[in-house]
Every structure is written in structure tokens, then in C-alpha cells.
Write a protein of this length. Structure first.
Lengths: 115, 112
């Protein structure tokens, strides 16, 4: 069965500092991997996705993630965090068949940004 | 485009009551899905649909029914509410074969 682990429940960084959020997955085949962001009281927004090809994926809002098959990881990074990045971040793994998307989500990492 | 809309935003039910959570999208997406979000558990897939007239179960379908009579609408029905169904419910949509890219704002449901 597929699963996702986000080991950090809560992270605090200073504005302008770099950020790395960890994600480890378990999946029996080539994984499709995703990062979502959820602002307070809002639904989720897709930040970026990895299907195949280049293992460094660029997303919206200046985020990027790197797929490392040997480590079963898909960590999210940002060089310089802005106060507006404070939110909860979810990593997800899943299958995209021809007709359906069935994703398994991690439990999330809450990011706090101090000024 | 309104995107994905959900109603109501908040709802309180008594155990045993039934209700329908509404979800609509105006992007002509084939794929729609329902998730529930519980503290410390991330999002879990309840039911999904790949087009009008086609639905299937996700990870936690018990106690919920869905139907998809039109491309735009995907209501979630709670048949007999239980306290274990207290949660925040999100509807999502996407084009076929793509991950959920558009989520509604959620419905916070409390069952007493």
C-alpha cells in the first residue's frame, strides 16, 4: 500500500531564510508525487507535481522539489521564505490511471514564519 | 469562473440525521472527488467520479453516498450521521488523468 510520511509536524523559519520540508513515500511502482499548500480556512492549492523526467521540479510561488528515488524522498524547498508562505503543506503520492487520480496524503507540516 | 464551490460552509447535525453536502464546478472537469480532513491524519479520499454516471469508492467510503448526474455537480450524502463523521470535507476537481488541482473551500461538519 502507498503511504507518505512528513516527519515534521511544525516548522518555524525567519522571513528571508531558506526552507526545506521533508517528505518520504512508499510506493510499489514509479510514483507520481505532489505538494499542496493550504492557507488557514482555505482549500488546498497544488504547488508542484512530479511525473517523470527531470528530478528537480519547479512550482508556483518560487517553490521547487527534488525527487530522490534512492532515498524515497520528495522534499520541498524555497530559497527565501516570505511571511505569506505561512500555511500548512501536504505531500501526496499516487497513481494517475487513464481515468482517475487516487492520491494518498501525508499528515502535513505547518509552517510558521517569524518576522 | 467560480471554480469549485461547496455549500454549506458549516453544519451541525445530531446523530442519525441525514444531509447532503453540495459541490459544483464550472470548469468542465471530468474528475471530481470528496476528501475528509481530520487532525493529524491528512486528507483521505471518500468517493470519486470520472464522469457523469460513474462513481467509485475511495479509502473511507462507509457512511457516505455519492451520485454524478451532471458534469458540474457531485453531492455527498451522509445517510445517518455519526460523531465519527465530524470533520472538514473538501471537494476537488481536475481534468481526467490529472491530480486534483482545484479544491473547494470546505465544509466543516460537526455531529453531536
Amino acid at each position: 500500500a502507498q503511504s507518505v510520511t512528513q516527519p515534521d509536524i511544525h516548522i518555524t523559519v525567519s522571513e528571508g531564510a531558506s526552507l526545506e520540508l521533508r517528505c518520504n513515500y512508499s510506493y510499489g511502482a514509479t510514483p507520481y508525487l505532489f505538494w499542496y499548500v493550504q492557507s488557514p480556512g482555505q482549500g488546498l492549492q497544488l504547488l508542484l507535481k512530479y511525473f517523470s523526467g527531470d528530478t528537480l521540479v519547479q512550482g508556483i510561488k518560487g517553490f521547487e522539489a527534488e525527487f530522490k528515488r534512492s532515498q524515497s524522498s520528495f522534499n520541498l524547498r524555497k530559497p527565501s521564505v516570505h511571511w505569506s508562505d505561512a500555511a500548512e503543506y501536504f505531500c501526496a503520492v499516487g497513481a494517475l490511471t487513464g481515468t482517475a487520480s487516487k492520491l494518498t496524503f501525508g499528515t502535513g507540516t505547518r509552517l510558521q514564519v517569524t518576522l | 469562473n467560480a471554480g469549485v464551490t461547496q455549500t454549506p460552509k458549516f453544519q451541525v447535525l445530531k446523530t442519525g440525521q441525514s444531509m447532503t453536502l453540495q459541490c459544483a464546478q464550472d470548469m468542465n472537469h471530468e474528475y471530481m472527488s470528496w476528501y475528509r480532513q481530520d487532525p493529524g491524519m491528512g486528507l483521505r479520499l471518500i468517493h470519486y467520479s470520472v464522469g457523469a454516471g460513474i462513481t467509485d469508492q475511495g479509502e473511507v467510503p462507509n457512511g457516505y453516498n455519492v451520485s454524478r448526474s451532471t458534469t458540474e455537480d457531485f453531492p455527498l450524502r451522509l445517510l445517518s450521521a455519526a460523531p465519527s463523521q465530524t470533520s472538514v470535507y473538501f471537494c476537488a476537481s481536475s481534468y481526467r488523468g490529472l491530480p486534483p488541482a482545484y479544491f473547494g473551500p470546505g465544509t466543516r461538519l460537526t455531529v453531536t
